[in-house]
Design a binder for this molecule. Structure first.
Ligand SMILES: NC(=O)c1ccc[n+]([C@@H]2O[C@H](COP(=O)([O-])OP(=O)(O)OC[C@H]3O[C@@H](n4cnc5c(N)ncnc54)[C@H](O)[C@@H]3O)[C@@H](O)[C@H]2O)c1
Ligand SMILES: [Zn+2]
Length: 373
């Protein structure tokens, strides 16, 4: 492989003939061409990005790819969750075909989870499957959505209901992208970082209690460590259960609650995904305590950490009044519902597991308390 700078970390995702590397380092965008070259079949790519990321990074990306002898086109999508729609997907695939891209060419997703998800889905179905490379520019995309091969779009029936498993050929994470990310987006992505500690790594959670706040101040060493730990955790879980028949479901910790909050807030920016997940994980710890499978102290400890990094931990802090019953109804719609039963990921800090058949009165009580502040 290309020689990487000494401070670049590599995380391998061991998936047999779909295995790939995640490269993590400072300033990798400038070296995009040489980092892409070893994993493409023909020297032709199309970058897919959004209107916010394009003015910041498209030129540097194109310059580096072109310098490496790779013919590079691009498609720019509107920024935001609404882009993950059938209409935009139709336009995107149409634009890519109009550019004359062929099966052995490669798509490069340069952006957050929205760009990564729709580009990955386009790669999964265009010409029955093209290669793609993730260049995630948000913290959420760097630690979660760019790894693991879930791709897709939303429908009126709910988020991510249409999609495919399609693994990227490489994930290239430049820490410098985080410098331009709005603090609120950075914090939302941080929820997914904390999630890995809560799932099965209590020592990482402890590290975050000590150092989590450093991620926000552009501390490269802290960012590199937290992102590497997160990618390792995701790679390990995905390698064990690529298509979510078991362990991968643990990655949904806090998400059943969080998705209900998001749905009720209407995906209009009132509540970001990670913000909902942060609150949802507090609810999961509270529910675990009420069911006797975790200590109440874990819930308090987690809430104290959120407060320490200036994040919301309770639904009462969301600028929208909500009702427990309506949130329960949203949960019943969630795609994690199996034969009518809602699946929850519960347990103490560092000991998450799947639990079914939860008493909905307890769930209501948890929601009620969180909404009450
Ligand atoms: N595939 C998966 O496994 C998976 C996992 C988690 C989330 N997701 C999906 O990810 C999406 C959310 O991703 P997201 O939080 O990255 O949102 P996003 O892609 O909408 O990015 C958030 C905002 O930040 C802007 N932005 C991106 N990078 C920037 C940068 N470096 N500097 C300044 N602005 C920048 C974007 O233009 C956008 O406005 C959701 O659609 C969710 O369903 C997918
Ligand atoms: Zn999430």
């Amino acid at each position: 492989m290309t020689d990487l700078p000494a401070d670049t970390a590599t995380v391998h995702v061991p998936l047999g003939d779909r295995a790939y590397d995640i490269l993590i380092g400072d300033g990798l965008l400038a070296r995009l061409g040489e980092l892409v070259k070893p994993v493409i079949r023909r020297p032709r790519v199309a970058i897919v990005t959004d209107e916010t990321v394009a003015p910041l990074y498209l030129e540097a990306a194109t310059r580096s790819l072109t310098a490496a002898g790779i013919r590079t086109d691009h498609v720019i999508l509107p920024a935001g969750e609404a882009t993950k729609s059938w209409d935009r997907f139709g336009e995107l695939t149409g634009s890519l075909l109009a550019l004359g891209l062929e099966r052995k060419d490669t798509l490069i997703a340069l952006g957050g989870g929205v760009v990564g998800d729709i580009t990955g889905f386009a790669a999964a179905v265009l010409r029955r499957g093209m290669d793609f490379i993730q260049v995630p520019t948000t913290l959420l995309a760097q630690v979660d959505s760019s790894v693991g091969g879930k791709t897709g779009i939303n429908t009126a029936f709910g988020k991510n209901l249409i999609g495919a498993f399609h693994q990227p050929n490489r994930v290239i994470i430049d820490l410098a992208f985080l410098d331009t990310l709005p603090v609120r987006e950075l914090q939302a992505g941080y929820a997914e970082v904390v999630k890995y500690g809560l799932i099965d790594d209590p020592e990482f959670f402890e590290w975050l209690e000590e150092n989590g706040a450093r991620l926000r101040t552009g501390d490269r060493a802290a960012q590199a460590y937290a992102i590497r730990k997160s990618c390792e955790a995701k790679a390990r879980i995905v390698a064990e259960d690529e298509r979510e028949s078991g362990k991968r479901a643990l990655l949904n910790l806090g998400h059943t609650f969080g998705h209900a909050l998001e749905a009720e807030c209407g995906y209009d920016g009132t509540l970001l995904h990670g913000e909902g997940v942060a609150i949802g994980m507090a609810m999961a710890l509270d529910l675990s305590a009420r069911m006797g499978i975790a200590d109440k102290a874990d819930h308090d400890r987690y809430l104290a950490h959120l407060q320490g990094v200036n994040m919301m931990g309770r639904a009462a802090q969301i600028k929208k009044p909500m009702q427990a019953d309506v949130l329960v109804a949203h949960m019943a719609q969630d795609k994690k519902v199996d034969a009518g039963q809602i699946t929850f990921i519960l347990g103490p800090i560092g000991g998450a597991r799947t639990v079914r058949g939860v008493d909905l009165d307890l769930v209501r009580a948890v929601l009620h308390d969180s909404l009450a502040g």
